[in-house]
Design a protein around this ligand. Structure first.
Ligand code: AMP
Ligand code: MG
Length: 401
């Protein structure tokens, strides 16, 4: 029996990114710094200030002018605390100065107090010669007014928001949140809080994905649970198509009789990809329904998790204009043998212990707990076997949020 080749993961990511570039979100809004975490900058952030705005002291000590100074003790002519504006330094004197205080005009070095001594007459003796600039943080050391500090497309975390705060910004201009309609499919699904009927299970994908979508800056439209029934599936997609930038579904994309979501997308929509060389997550289905993109994740919780993290996440970042969507990853040494090569690329839930990747004992795609135990995913390429001590690519889960 001949099998169609499965699409390699990279090709699927490329297709998703191409699709994302056609759906780019152009609207933006000004958002308070306190609410801007995880959002994406819509315009370059330009500095309006030199930082620091004036030369300031890096130490508690004494500011002086070392040009022509012979090392003799100096009288203290003023004190400058952080937050004060100093006077020009009187010639032949020094200024008591504290960390962060502006250096008085005319001073060109600061000696830390530990290297000085206060004489009985109040003058300061310096223990060593000093060079120009010692312990002074020059004006504009970090940036000059007019410089681009952060490029459009930058995801905003605590560091970037602090950079904006240092310029005095109260708001940043960010890309509108993508609106994602989240739809779970499956006759068996019941929401937590409702009694379980025979044959039913609680819906966990909805909780997994709504949190993850929020962490990626998205607005979640909770579209509830859809039964495995083609007509209702089509009607629901029709209803959602104008409300969302993306319809994200779980379940119903395998080749079984009850897998309606995939069927409807292939029959009434424009399919873009189906069946990837990935384990877990092979049935991932992507396409358009009308004008709205649909990403159909497989229903097994770990399949949903892996395909969302590796494929839907870059899509959702790219529609917001993020350039760098590839998660940081690095090679790690493998702490277990992998004797049987697989035909699909496999992503194992592993924990790093003593510098080696250790395997969660149950790698079934239905087992969600392994993801919570693990630190990330270990990528085993197609047709690859490994021995203990070989290396493989590790993607920390922390990178995928
Ligand atoms: P499917 O992809 O629809 O064939 O579902 C594969 C497996 O995942 C089945 O065992 C489903 O019961 C389970 N599953 C599907 N959707 C969910 C969900 N939202 N939460 C938890 N398990 C699910
Ligand atoms: Mg199903």
């Amino acid at each position: 029996m001949s099998r169609l080749p499965l699409m390699p993961v990279e090709d699927a990511i490329d297709r998703l990114l191409t699709m994302a570039e056609a759906q780019w979100i152009e609207d933006s809004e000004a958002v308070l710094l306190s609410a801007a975490r995880q959002r994406v900058l819509a315009n370059d952030l330009l500095a309006t200030l030199d930082l620091p705005p004036w030369p300031n002291s890096a130490m508690d000590g004494y500011a002086l002018n070392v040009d022509g100074w012979d090392g003799a003790p100096l009288a203290v002519s003023q004190q400058v605390f952080a937050g004060q504006a100093p006077e020009a330094l009187a010639p032949g004197t020094c200024a008591r100065i504290f960390t962060g205080a502006p250096v008085p005009p005319g001073a060109n070095a600061v000696e830390m107090q530990e290297n000085t001594e206060v004489l009985e007459d109040g003058r300061i003796r310096f223990h060593q010669p000093l060079t120009v600039g010692t312990n002074i943080r020059p004006q504009g050391q970090e940036n000059r007014a007019g410089e681009v500090l952060l490029r459009a497309g930058k995801r905003l975390g605590p560091f970037e928001l602090a950079v904006a705060a240092a310029q005095g910004c109260t708001h940043v201009q960010v890309v509108r949140r993508p609106r994602v309609a989240l739809l779970s499919t499956g006759n068996e699904l019941v929401e937590p809080g409702t009694p379980l009927k025979p044959g039913s299970i609680y819906n966990s994908n909805r909780t997994l994905l709504s949190h993850w979508l929020s962490a990626l800056g998205c607005d979640v439209i909770d579209a509830g649970v859809l039964p495995d029934e083609p007509r209702q599936t089509r009607l629901q997609l029709e209803q959602l198509q104008h409300a969302a930038d993306l319809i994200l579904t779980t379940g119903g994309v395998s080749a079984g009789d009850a897998d309606c979501l995939g069927q409807v997308l292939r029959e009434c929509g424009k399919p873009l990809l189906w069946k990837l060389s990935i384990k877990p997550g092979k049935p991932l289905t992507v396409g358009h329904f009308g004008s709205v993109p649909v990403i159909g994740l497989p229903g097994n919780p770990t399949s949903a998790l892996v395909t969302f993290g590796l494929l839907a996440r870059p899509y959702l970042l790219r529609i917001q204009g993020v350039e760098d969507v590839e998660p940081l990853s690095f090679p790690v040494s493998v702490g277990f043998p992998w004797p049987k090569a697989g035909s699909r690329r496999e992503y194992l839930r592993v924990k790093l212990q003593a510098g080696r990747a250790e395997l969660y004992p149950n790698q079934s795609s239905g087992v969600l707990l392994g993801a919570s135990w693990a630190d990330g995913l270990l990528e085993i390429p197609e047709d690859c076997t490994l021995q203990v001590g070989d290396t493989a690519r590790f993607i920390p889960f922390s990178e995928l949020f």
